[in-house]
Ligand binder design. Structure first.
Ligand code: CMP
Length: 145
């Protein structure tokens, strides 16, 4: 059971002005922010990040979308972070997400589903490392990770 997960606020949620509401919901749920930045992914970076989905029919559209505007990337810390965060964000398809979850509240559709969340401890570490060097990651008491 790991203590970090990785998230992105996706471009549509950013365009709609939901980023600060989403971040407040995350910290209200007890997650600590280990690292955070706003940036725009290139198409090549989006393709690399979502490489596991490259055979899926939505891969081209997904990587176009994820590189279409700024995102916020963050590493979140909490006990059992991956599972706890997946509960907070709800199902991939917002139509199936429970009331009160981030995707139910802020997603547009299955692709533009407001936020990304890691699906395993191993992927959380890979994704965190893809975005942040160790010297941009801080513990809750302000020390480098
Ligand atoms: P995310 O949690 O970022 O991980 C993979 C992403 O692929 C997912 O959220 C959605 O944005 C996207 N996705 C998954 N399934 C579909 C689908 N059936 N159609 C379009 N996009 C999808």
């Amino acid at each position: 059971m790991g203590n970090i997960t990785f998230t992105m606020v996706k471009p549509t949620a950013m365009r709609k002005g939901f980023a600060t509401k989403i971040l407040a919901k995350i910290t209200d749920a007890g997650f600590k922010i280990q690292a955070l930045k706003m940036m725009q992914l290139s198409k090549v970076q989006a393709e690399k990040f979502y490489e596991v989905h490259k055979e899926r029919p939505f891969y081209g559209e997904l990587t176009d979308f994820m590189s279409s505007g700024p995102i916020i990337a963050a590493i979140l810390e909490k006990e059992n972070a991956v599972e706890e965060y997946r509960k907070l964000i709800g199902a991939t398809n917002p139509e199936n997400a429970e009331e009160g979850t981030i995707r139910k509240m802020y997603a547009t559709n299955i692709q533009e589903n407001a936020v990304h969340g890691s699906d395993s401890d191993e992927n959380a570490e890979t994704e965190a490392t893809f975005f942040f060097p160790k010297n941009e990651r801080f513990t809750d008491d302000g020390k480098l990770v």
